[in-house]
Design a protein around this ligand. Sequence first.
Ligand SMILES: C[S@@+](CC[C@H](N)C(=O)[O-])C[C@H]1O[C@@H](n2cnc3c(N)ncnc32)[C@H](O)[C@@H]1O
Length: 202
Amino acid sequence: MTPIWTHSNAPMPPTWKRGGSCARPVARSRQAWDRIAVGYDRTNTPTQMWLGGEGVRRAGLREGMSFLDVAAGSGALSIPAARLGGRVFATDQSAVMLELLEARARSEGLSIETGVMDGHALEFADASFDIVGSQFGVMLFPDMPKGIDEMARVARPGGRVLVHAYGDPRQIDFIGFFVEAVRAVRTRLSNPVHVGIGSKPR
Ligand SMILES: C[S@@+](CC[C@H](N)C(=O)[O-])C[C@H]1O[C@@H](n2cnc3c(N)ncnc32)[C@H](O)[C@@H]1O
């Protein structure tokens, strides 16, 4: 599959690559996210935008910094990053999600570049971005360590990696009930991860 790129006026770091093949597409997951994208954009993205804004603010994003959003969905992290003046590149496996993100960006007059790709194999050179973030994205990858490794790889030395992820759902009352019911029949249900911002060693 060829990545979809859109163009903006913002200059890109020379290390950002264009084109190339989309390695290891997670086809079933992608189709599922394509199907629910419109509903997700309507209900989830607006309600999670505040969290994205808080994350990029705490990660120290400032005007002119390059920011990569991994598994961007329809923009709950990318849009706040662009509002702060970041030069944002949004990636996701779902082309439909990215089309919705582009529509949101256009409606606010924001400039965000997008590319369809699998977060397990980011199509960027090492050390390409000041900050690399993923909100409720990398936590869902079948190989989450690989996804986090890729985020760290494309962050510049001294840059930052921002991950928003759910904690243990059993500790959230209304979800805990549901999780325990699922665990009763699906004993190998994997453990979720935690929230954090990390600096990449120089
Ligand atoms: C829960 S949504 C989060 C979207 C957005 N970051 C947000 O905060 O609303 C999960 C997103 O991860 C994407 N995703 C899941 N697995 C992926 C993968 N292997 N590579 C790229 N994107 C992936 C899905 O397509 C979906 O858009």
